[in-house]
Each structure stands twice: as C-alpha cells, then as structure tokens.
Design a protein around this ligand. Structure first.
Ligand code: URA
Length: 298
C-alpha cells in the first residue's frame, strides 16, 4: 500500500477507536476506566461564559469520564457512533452496571441524616482554603422536602454577605425563572457545590470541590428531590463527574442518586447572554413536565 494511503487508513482506524472509546465511556460501559483517578480537569474554559457561549469551540475530545450514576441517556449517544459490538449497540436502554457505583454514588448514605446534622458537621469549616476569605458559610435554603433542587457553583459577594445562595443579580433571575415555572422560591431548595465564596468569584478548584461536595451529596440524599437542576458547568460537571462541556449534555436527563438530573445554563451566564434564555426555558419546561407543573399564567 502506498505510504500516504496507509497513513490515511491508520488515522481513520485511530479515529474509529477513539470514537468507540468515547462512546463506551458515554454509555458507562467501561469498568476498565473505573480504576482511573477521577479528574475534574478544567478542560472546560476558565469561565462559565466561555464554556457556555462557545459550544463550537469546545474540545471534541472532552468526554464523560465516568458514567453519571445511572448513565447518559440513550439520546446522548453519538449518532455516528461506531458499533464494533452489535449486541451492545442494540441494547435498548443504557444502564450503568449496578455493581459498579460511581464515586459519588458510593459515598455512604448516612442513616437518619438531616439538614441540621449536615450543617452541624460543616461547623465553622476550615477544611479547605476557601474559609480564609469567607464571611458566611452558604449552606442552602428552601423547602427541605422540595421536589426540585437547584445546584449552583458557589456563593458570590452578595451570598457571602447574606449567607444565602442566589441573592445577587443572578439570584434575582433565578427567582424569576422559578416563578415562571409557577413555583415560589420557598417551594424549591437551592444549594451550591461549594459553600464558601471563591476569591474574586473564580471557579471553585478541584480540591475545594472534593472537600465540599460530599455535604451537597448528603443534602441531596436528605431532601430526596424528584429533580436536580444543575445551574452551569461547575454543578453539572461535579455531579455527573465529567469534564465534558455543558453544551454537550444540557437539557438531557440523567439518573442521579434516585433523582432525575438535568443541567442548564447558569443565570449569571444568562445575564451576559440573554438570547440563551430560550434554551434554558426549554430545559425548565422539561423539568415542569416531570413535576406536572403548568407555566404561570400572565
Ligand atoms: N452563583 C452561584 O453559583 N451560586 C450562588 O449562590 C450565587 C451565584
């Protein structure tokens, strides 16, 4: 075979193998990946704005590294996915092997846990460096039996001062979104991945997320919402244990710790990019359908 042709066949095969591996990971079929160290690499651009405003620029190689607790929905499988294993390709439903819990699924559920106990366990936390700059720990707020739980990234300036999540400009927009769903803020629960404000509103770092997110998992286990709605990349990537850009899986349903999980854009992003509101509204309508809510009458 002439060398140029051989090289081109080689590249094609390599691409096919990569596609298949990516597909396998997205389907949660890869127990052989489970031994790999979890990584919350910021393959995502540094700011939410970039991550969410430029889906076309996202690195195509960013993949779901670890099956979200149950797995990506079938709808998210790549349409052109190769199928070296026809049996797997024909499987009607994609479910992660029950014997292989993901990192977060395997965090022990604490019997008789309560929000008060979680808050008590957090205490006057100094577990990570974020404590140095905080005014208040922002634990979470809302209905402890909420059917809908929103998860943001971390407190900003206003939240740090007030000790309550989503009270600044982005928070006001979130409240409007909640009301458009025909709910009140008090009906839902609102929490963040990290409970102390990152300096200069930077993204929470991996060690901070690793330290703080178990408390969020406990909150989710106690509240037992029907739907978890991740606001922005940080929440979505943390809960789904992925480095994939949010625009790749926004609006898709996942199973997560007994709840249905959906990710949508962060309200702060919407403040900078109002046209994206229509996408978010589509996602919220999916949530409303699951919760049996009718849009608010104007
Ligand atoms: N952004 C977040 O992600 N969380 C808040 O609480 C406020 C702004």
């Amino acid at each position: 075979m002439d060398p140029a042709k051989r090289a081109s066949v080689g590249t094609r095969v390599e691409e096919q193998v990569k596609d298949w591996l990516r597909y396998g990971e997205e389907l949660g079929l890869g127990p052989y990946y489970r031994d790999r160290a979890p990584s919350h690499q910021p393959s995502e651009p540094a700011s939410i704005e970039t991550a969410e405003s430029a889906p076309a620029k996202m690195a195509p190689a960013a993949v779901v590294r670890r099956a979200p607790v149950a797995a990506l929905s079938a709808a998210s499988a790549p349409k052109s996915a190769p199928s070296p294993n026809p049996a797997a390709a024909a499987a009607p439903a994609i479910v992660a092997p029950a014997s292989l819990p993901s990192l977060f699924e395997s965090i022990d559920r604490i019997v008789d846990d309560t929000l008060a106990r979680i808050r008590e366990d957090i205490g006057d936390c100094t577990r990570c460096k974020l404590h140095k700059g905080r005014t208040n720990i922002v634990f979470g707020v809302g209905n402890p039996k909420a059917e809908l739980l929103f998860v943001g990234e971390g407190p900003g300036h206003d939240e740090d001062i007030k000790g309550e999540p989503f009270v600044g400009r982005a928070g006001k927009l979130l409240t409007q979104m909640i009301e458009a769903m025909n709910l009140r803020r008090e009906d839902v629960y609102i929490a963040n991945v990290v409970k102390c404000r990152p300096p200069e509103n930077r993204l929470p770092e991996k060690d901070e997320i690793t330290t703080c997110s178990p408390f969020l998992m406990r909150q989710i286990d106690v509240i037992k919402p029907k739907v978890v709605c991740c606001l922005g990349s940080c929440a979505a990537q943390t809960l789904l244990q992925t480095t994939q850009g949010i625009s790749r899986f926004r609006g898709e349903w996942f199973d997560f710790r007994g709840a249905k999980l959906i990710a949508t854009y962060h309200p702060a992003y919407l403040l900078r990019n109002p046209p994206a509101k229509s996408e978010v509204w589509k996602d919220l309508q999916k949530v409303m359908a699951v919760l049996g809510l009718q849009p608010r009458k104007r």
